[in-house]
Design a protein around this ligand. Structure first.
Ligand code: GTP
Ligand code: MG
Length: 555
């Protein structure tokens, strides 16, 4: 694996979020443990956007000579950063020091003149590099090395986990293996920027912003790319020049509701992407959903994209999660582990349905960490009370104000280990009174459920909504059963931890095994004498199973 190369540091360009040369750290989004982690969300997003605007995506021949390629591109100006990756072919992401270099490159580029299908002329920043003399052989060692954009395989993950030294080490190992890399973050911002170019043909001045797990510090390699078409910048007026008795306004076409406006905007953008978007395939317009969206694959980057508009609360939720993810290093390790655990047991799915979502799981972890003593995370209400005038934010009539400067939040005094927290997480939710209580990170305490949804997690900003309304009773029960099993496995581990070199999956690795394998492991372990502690745990599980089933029958 090559690291991102930085042949030149360009004067006048914004410093990128690198930790050191050898091991590029991801800065804020990838969560490296350096100062950049604590930068403001808006600042990071602004810098990434500007960086993406100076960047091009180039489809290259497989046998490209990296040195010559860079020399060729440097004709247009100094290059700040580049890397290669594979996705149905070889691609290069090239970041110039100046935006002008992109214009210069585009000016020297031509539209293909295909004979059979007329190509729509569109000067995008997604380019094809052709070799004038393709048969020229180059030595294999000068081939460009590629950067991996995929998560580790299960086999690789189990290997890594088995070699870890403790359960805490396992959680941190999992985090490192799955978190977005610096290159992947760049590719996500570049993809949004390329889509923005297409959308801008229709809506000049629009902005396409990434949100969700691509930017909230909880993104796993391979996660989807949520993007939001922001038209607010278009409507912003620079100066009000109301002179004398007159005032002027733009004529606009009126539509019956905001939802209809959203559907119309997404409908035309969907058509645009489908007909003219280079590399955009499988475009689906899902306009009747609660939150209308256009879903498509961006083939060159390999991202599954969900484009929405009029969705600024979701962007604000991403910022809130970013704050929570940046506050304490245990948060991300625990969220990644719970997400991986849920995926391994098919509690979550990439297909929408009655499953629990990653967003809900993240909010559950945050809630659990607010409930520790002393708390590891502050409540949303306390983040609101710390906010200054500049943090004030009202969206669609909802108060979304919270402190945005992480340095103004006191670090937690809690020193619990990740191993303990993981076990307690499973015990806490394995015994949670889901039949009567709801989860609420605004106040950080359980509350009576306002309706009979099996799982009720209050939406942090639109407080009358439940973010897990889709979850069925049977899916919730599956979550509870697996949480109890997992608490039990970790309890067992406490007593007899195999040596790290053991071939037997232990600790977190045992929790990620498919249910069949877990049971074999459990039955092997059950032969050992059961301690008093485990006996009492089993008794508490039994009694709360009776409670839960009573509660569910009552509905
Ligand atoms: P993964 O894509 O699964 O990695 O996580 P994600 O956090 O990106 O979730 P998803 O792509 O499903 O949704 C993107 C963002 O939309 C989330 O981070 C939330 O900010 C928001 N979101 C998703 N589901 C809900 C919901 O049910 N209610 C609300 N209010 N917001 C949601
Ligand atoms: Mg997502």
């Amino acid at each position: 694996q090559r690291s991102v190369s930085r042949p030149l540091s360009c004067p006048g360009t914004v410093a990128a979020n690198f930790g050191n040369e050898e091991q590029p750290s991801g800065g804020a989004e990838t969560g490296s443990e350096d100062q950049t982690l604590k930068r403001r969300f808006s600042e990071v997003q602004k810098e990434r956007r500007e960086q993406a605007q100076r960047t091009v995506l180039i489809h290259c021949p497989n046998n490209i000579n990296e040195k010559k390629f860079l020399k060729y591109l440097s004709q247009h100006g100094p290059i700040n950063n580049h890397f290669f990756y594979e996705s149905f072919g070889l691609y290069a992401v090239v970041e110039f020091c100046q935006k002008d270099s992109v214009n210069s490159l585009q000016n020297g580029t031509h539209t293909p003149n295909q004979r059979t299908e007329p190509a729509i002329p569109f000067k995008s920043r997604f380019l094809n590099l052709k070799l004038k003399n393709p048969s020229n052989q180059i030595p294999e060692q000068s081939y460009a090395q590629t950067n991996n954009q995929s998560p580790p395989s299960s086999k690789k993950l189990f290997e890594l986990l088995n070699y870890a030294e403790s359960v805490d080490d396992q959680l941190n190992t999992l985090l490192k293996a799955f978190q977005l890399t610096e290159e992947n973050v760049r590719l996500r911002h570049l993809t949004c920027s390329l889509i923005e170019d297409i959308a801008a043909a229709y809506f000049p001045g629009c902005v396409v912003r990434p949100f969700g797990s691509s930017v909230n510090t909880f993104g796993k390699l391979g996660c989807d790319l949520d993007m939001f078409l922001d038209l607010d910048e278009v409507g912003k007026l620079n100066v009000h020049k109301d002179v004398g008795n007159f005032s002027m306004e733009f004529q606009v076409k009126n539509v019956p509701s905001e939802r209809i406006a959203t559907q119309k905007i997404l409908s035309v953008i969907g058509e645009c992407l489908d007909n003219f978007g280079p590399g955009c395939v499988g475009v689906q317009k899902i306009l009747n959903a609660r939150c209308p969206l256009v879903r498509f694959s961006h083939q060159a980057s390999g991202f599954q994209c969900d484009l929405t508009t009029n969705n600024s609360i979701a962007l604000k939720s991403s910022e809130l999660l970013y704050i929570y993810g940046s506050l304490d290093s245990r948060v991300r390790a625990l969220v990644f582990t719970v997400r991986c655990w849920a995926r391994a047991h098919s509690l979550t799915s990439s297909i929408p349905g009655a499953w629990i979502t990653n967003f809900s799981l993240t909010v559950m972890v945050i809630f659990f960490l607010q409930r520790r003593s002393p708390p590891i995370l502050p409540t949303l209400d306390s983040l609101k009370s710390l906010a200054g005038a500049e943090d004030r934010c009202i969206l669609d009539g909802n108060n979304c104000t919270f402190i945005r400067d992480v340095y103004k939040i006191k670090p937690s005094r809690n020193t619990e280990t990740l191993e303990l927290l993981l076990k307690e997480f499973f015990e806490y939710f394995g015994n949670f009174a889901f039949n009567k209580n709801s989860i609420n990170i605004r106040q950080g305490r359980e509350q009576n459920k306002p309706d009979s949804s099996p799982l009720y997690i209050q939406n942090p900003f639109e407080t009358s909504l439940n973010i897990s309304k889709n979850v069925s009773q049977s899916q919730l029960q599956k979550f509870v059963d697996l949480a109890r099993d997992s608490a039990w496995i970790l309890e067992q581990e406490d007593k007899a931890q195999p040596s790290p070199s053991s071939k037997q999956p232990w600790g977190l690795a045992a929790l990620l095994l498919p249910p069949g394998a877990v049971h074999t492991l459990l039955s092997k372990k059950r032969k050992k004498p059961v301690s008093e502690k485990v006996k009492s745990l089993l008794a508490s599980i039994k009694s709360s199973t009776a409670d839960t089933s009573k509660g569910t029958r009552g509905k």
